[in-house]
Design a protein around this ligand. Structure first.
Ligand SMILES: C[S@@+](CC[C@H](N)C(=O)[O-])C[C@H]1O[C@@H](n2cnc3c(N)ncnc32)[C@H](O)[C@@H]1O
Length: 143
């Protein structure tokens, strides 16, 4: 991924850790307890842009009711998208069930997702549409 990102002309900035906390123990093996988030930018990222100091390790359990086998926790993605300037645009080229797109929209970003599998494209799009509609209805009810 780091090679692909740079080949595409982006700047690879680093990696952060998602600690899933729980994972199946495997005798004679390390637990597969973490995943790595490669991140980069399409162009410069001045340090004086309005983005705070973010952690390098994020601890969230796997979602319980997944519609994608490798679905990420929504709160993890809501935390991660904050690396982008407020109101910026987030790209997830491997969108799956749309967690990144949903997280980005809930945090006030624009979002573009790409998904090659028709079934996941449909599931992810429906999920995002439904969740944003419910969110808007809750907001309206609170006003
Ligand atoms: C690890 S899953 C993403 C899961 C997602 N983060 C979520 O929370 O649901 C990766 C997804 O990328 C899709 N994918 C694989 N190769 C792709 C490609 N070349 N272009 C677009 N999507 C692709 C797969 O179908 C799969 O749904």
């Amino acid at each position: 991924i780091t090679d692909a990102l740079q080949w595409a002309g982006w700047i690879w900035r680093g990696s952060v850790v998602w600690d899933k906390m729980t994972s199946r123990p495997q005798k004679g093996r390390f637990r597969q307890q973490s995943e790595y988030v490669v991140w980069g930018s399409n162009g410069p990222m001045p340090v004086n842009r309005p983005v705070g100091c973010l952690p390098g390790v994020f601890r969230y359990a796997n979602p319980q009711n997944r519609i994608h086998v490798t679905e990420k926790p929504l709160q993890l993605m809501r935390d991660l998208v904050k690396i982008c300037v407020p109101g910026g645009r987030i790209l997830d080229p491997f969108c799956g069930s749309g967690t990144t797109v949903l997280a980005a929209r809930l945090e006030g970003y624009e979002a573009v997702g790409v998904e090659v599998t028709d079934a996941y494209y449909k599931l992810g799009s429906d999920r995002v549409r439904f969740a944003l509609k419910s969110h808007a209805e809750l907001d309206n009810a609170a006003e």
